[in-house]
Design a protein around this ligand. Sequence first.
Ligand code: AMP
Length: 197
Amino acid sequence: MAEPAFSLCVYCGSRPGENPLFADAARAVGAWIGQHGGQLVYGGGSGGLMGTVARATAEAGGRVVGVIPQSLVDREFANHDCDELHIVQTMHERKALMAERSGAFLALPGGIGTFEELFEVWTWRQLGYHGKPIGLLNVAGYYDGLLAFLRGSVAQGFMGPWQMDLVDASDDAAALLGRLAQAAQGAAPGPALRTVI
Ligand code: AMP
């Protein structure tokens, strides 16, 4: 198989959420990655939106790389259909490997695991540990409250507008994926991510 055109790390819920539009969006993201010859890097589970995006990527001919800690292999139903499934020892190893293998990051709706992953790559980016683009897909207004809170944080002087601008938040999956995939191809690698862990 040829080298993937780009490698995108997707963070999303290990549950499907209540609104069926969340799974629709996860399917659309996976299909887009596969149709554009890309590679998905994700947390390696087969449930929730994580499983949905992985299956959709594979069905559309994309490559799937999963990274899961040993302790979660059973709890998150590790996806043994991945093209590469890396079983690592710790959460830190998981996140570092996911970041190293990706040229861009995209968060879909999810819970605290998703938030933590998004905020980590965001803070790494603002500190210059990597130069990779970060997207937030705001499906059915799921992230409206978070975005409003963050804008309030800018207004209250705890964040600069430039920090907000490091995350590309959009409700248009295809347009956002296009920008991320293009930027991923020229992303500056930055220093080795392992050094910040
Ligand atoms: P959630 O959004 O809470 O459903 O979690 C989505 C994914 O994030 C799952 O694969 C979790 O195992 C993962 N996750 C939860 N906490 C962390 C963490 N601290 N670092 C990395 N991944 C995490």
